[in-house]
Design a protein around this ligand. Structure first.
Ligand code: FAD
Length: 409
């Protein structure tokens, strides 16, 4: 992408995350003049972070189940997820030269895992479409279709024929997504809340720091009739991991008024009978810790957690209940800024079906800044790409109708 001043007939996209970049690509392909603005020096900072532990682009599960992951927002997002489904996203990455594969859990990953090679190819494609990038432009004010930016050269105002806001959520501010934009649209926004976040248990701080970085592998958590399996990671800020992320909307709500107690099963793949039988096989004189290590391969953090939460369990039946049903009490969600994603943002009621604001024709929004949430597993990026796709189509149709003949398309 080149850096240049904008002409008045351009489409302005604010936010160079995956949603903004994808909307730019769609509009660039239609021949529109597109300028992207971002307050960071480089595009796609959070996207690159998402790729640090293996970019999980989307998910391969059957479409009905897939849609249901968007929970309260599934009806709202269904048209977008249908218009640009997981297969289309996978095809898009492969067409850019980055093969994908489906992991054992159905998650779709890039074969080379990282986001940076994909982002490089993507930016090259955008350059070929003459999309222009304006780094270090912080959106400060919106007045109709006029935008005011704070830039290193002072305040600048640009008028656009249409605007797409793709400003992200409100976590990982150091990567650009600081949520400050919500002040510009306060009457259209639900407040931000952490989603896919860690939680603070009522364990001594000393336990958390001593086991920092340890993983409780293959455990399950049950809360309010829902059981989620996966790994839990211990950090100085509490515990996190896929099972907690998946339960985060329910837990977040409960924790606004009181503590939440979940049931932790350290060996969910074994039946009660299997656990009892394995314990019964252990020598009576063996220490409790040795029995747990030998019978279940429980490593030190898991054994010490059992000591902490069920210090009295000694008999086969007491140990069986401790292994399969440890009470895990959470006291608070982790800080918003550390959440993988955020709930809240622009409400559905403020937008039409193409994500254009009712109060300002020509002003659109897409990506994580909309008020939806979904678990990890590729659903987040898929939601961003799909809403950006529909948004770009909406801009094209709106411009064709409102400026016939003026817009090259
Ligand atoms: C550690 C981590 C791992 C993740 N892993 C995955 C994963 O594997 N799979 C998955 O599906 N999702 C994952 N996600 C989530 C995913 O990265 C986000 O959902 C996605 O990046 C959101 O895209 P977006 O374009 O809507 O917003 P963002 O990527 O947040 O981009 C918003 C852009 O807007 C810019 N901006 C904000 N305010 C202003 C302003 N006032 N003026 C100008 N510019 C502004 C920001 O600088 C930023 O570039 C992960 C997130 C994290 C933090």
């Amino acid at each position: 992408m080149t850096h240049a001043a904008s002409s008045s007939l351009h489409i302005a996209i604010i936010g160079a995350g995956p949603a903004g970049l994808f909307a730019a690509e769609q509009l660039g392909k239609q021949g529109h003049q597109v300028h992207i603005y971002d307050h960071m020096a480089r595009p796609g900072r959070k996207f690159l972070m998402a790729g640090r532990s293996g970019l999980n682009l989307t998910h391969n599960e059957p479409f009905k189940g897939f849609i249901s992951r968007y929970a309260a927002a599934s009806t709202w997002l269904e048209p977008a997820l249908t218009a640009f489904p997981p297969t289309a996203l996978r095809h898009w990455a492969e067409e850019l030269g980055h093969e994908c594969f489906v992991g054992s859990s159905g998650k779709v990953f890039l074969k080379d895992y990282k986001a940076s090679p994909l982002l490089r190819s993507w930016l090259q494609r955008l350059q070929g479409l003459s999309v222009q990038f304006h780094p270090r432009h912080r959106l400060k004010a919106l007045n109709g279709l006029e935008l005011t930016f704070q830039t290193p050269r002072g305040e600048q105002t640009h008028k656009a024929v249409a605007i797409i806001l793709a400003l992200g959520g409100s976590s990982w501010a150091r990567l650009g997504s600081d949520g400050q934009w919500a002040q510009l649209l306060s009457e259209h926004c639900a407040s931000f809340a952490p989603s896919n976040c860690g939680f603070m248990p009522d364990w001594p701080m000393e336990f958390l720091t001593r086991h920092e970085g340890a993983t409780l592998r293959g455990v399950s958590l049950t809360y309010a009739g829902q059981t989620k399996r996966g790994d839990l990671i211990i950090t100085p800020r509490g515990i996190e991991g896929a099972p907690l992320y998946a339960l985060s909307p329910l837990l977040r709500e409960k924790l606004t008024t009181e503590h939440a107690t979940l049931t932790l099963n350290l060996r969910p793949t074994l039946s009660i009978e299997q656990i009892t039988a394995r314990l019964a096989q252990q020598r009576l004189r063996e220490s409790r810790s040795n029995k747990l290590r030998k019978a279940f391969k429980l490593d030190k953090p898991a054994r010490e957690l059992l000591n902490l939460l069920a210090p009295e369990a000694r008999t086969v039946s007491e140990l069986t209940s401790a292994i399969t049903a440890l009470p895990l009490t959470l006291t608070a969600p982790a800080a918003l800024d550390r959440a993988i994603s955020t709930a809240g943002g622009v409400r559905q009621t403020s937008l039409n079906d193409a994500y254009m604001f009712h109060h300002q024709p020509g002003l659109f929004a897409c990506g994580e800044m909309l008020d939806w949430e979904a678990p990890t597993g590729g659903y987040l990026l898929q939601g961003c790409f799909s809403t950006a796709y529909v948004c770009a189509k909406g801009v094209h149709h709106w411009l064709s109708a409102s400026l016939p003949g003026k817009i090259e398309s």
